[in-house]
Design a protein around this ligand. Structure first.
Ligand code: ATR
Length: 289
């Protein structure tokens, strides 16, 4: 594509569907990636209401849109409108990436693999490690399943312990691994953290504007642990600041966000994603707003 021409008659279209969609970071990240690779692609936000989801996917086929990311509230409901579902996405029960091959739409969950890549890029392999996961919602399911597949030992702590138990049950069923489930309270956290190599927060505690909240009190944090907060706004959550002070290694949710995007990019374009350009664009977008 000529550098002075953003969209032409041959431009391939990708995008994101969700509602609300105004605060999405994905267009900044993906358009920066397309530009960095000199690809004749564009990425657009689409606000799609719940009862329009089926028609949106019909539109994707009719308009030959190459790929879409799927966000709240469509990640679960989207499954009924697509043609193929990746095995891990099926297990997780949520889809965040669609690929359109000549009208055949396949669904994937790159959140799960994106989380794993964020660890692996720092030479942290969770295989054989003990990982404590705080929360048992959609994000926790994606993260715990990919970790179970990789061979990590899991402890799931959730405010509602029944949901932690449900998640552990699925892990036993799908991956044949024992996962421990318990209530998220100080006593259980203290015991779990003693044997934890990697601690992952998937709850929304600490997310802007409630930046003073944290799922773990500072006195429980210790050096030698890796602390991964899936919250990316703010970039430095209270949990990460206190973990760093305690001497722990920290990873921000921005890395998972960037890697889930990078993996989607690779499915759409067949090219390796320019991860650093995507990270720079995401951080710029986050600090601008
Ligand atoms: P996501 O897709 O981001 O995981 P979700 O499915 O709504 O979102 O899950 C949110 C998770 O954060 C849940 O584990 C929730 O705990 P409950 O199952 O008890 O609701 C957890 N969470 C949200 N707010 C919380 C809070 N104030 N304290 C502790 N956990 C909280």
């Amino acid at each position: 594509m000529k550098s002075d021409e953003l969209i032409s008659g041959t431009t391939t279209i990708c995008g994101v569907i969700g509602d609300p969609i105004a605060h999405t970071m994905s267009p900044s990240m993906h358009n920066a990636a397309f530009k960095a690779c000199g690809l004749d692609y564009i990425y657009l936000p689409f606000r799609v209401k719940k009862d329009e989801l089926g028609r949106a996917i019909a539109g994707m086929r009719a308009l030959n849109i190459r790929g879409l990311n799927v966000t709240i509230p469509h990640k679960v409901a989207i499954r009924q409108f697509i043609d193929k579902l990746d095995d891990m996405a099926e297990k997780i029960g949520a889809v965040n990436t669609l690929v359109n091959e000549n009208g055949i739409v396949s669904g994937y969950n790159t959140d799960a693999q994106g989380f794993l890549q964020a660890l692996l890029e720092r030479d942290i392999d969770p295989a054989g490690k003990t990982v404590s996961i705080l929360g048992a919602g959609g994000a926790a399911r994606a993260i715990s399943f990919i970790l179970a597949e990789r061979g990590a030992n899991l402890i799931i702590l959730n405010r509602t312990p029944e949901k932690a138990g449900e998640c552990a049950g699925r892990i036993a069923q799908y991956f044949g691994r024992e996962a421990r489930a318990m209530a998220l309270n100080n006593q259980n956290l203290k015991a779990a953290i003693k044997e934890t190599d990697i601690l992952v927060n998937t709850t929304s505690l600490g997310m802007s504007p409630d930046v003073q909240q944290t799922p773990v009190t500072a006195d429980l944090l210790q050096c030698g642990t890796v602390v991964f907060d899936t919250v990316y706004n703010p970039l430095q959550t209270r949990l990460l600041m206190e973990a760093e002070k305690a001497g722990a290694k920290t990873i921000s949710g921005i890395d998972m966000l960037v890697w889930q995007g990078a993996l989607a990019f690779e499915k759409w374009t067949g090219q390796q994603a320019p991860v650093d350009a995507m990270r720079t664009a995401a951080i710029k977008r986050l600090t601008e707003r």
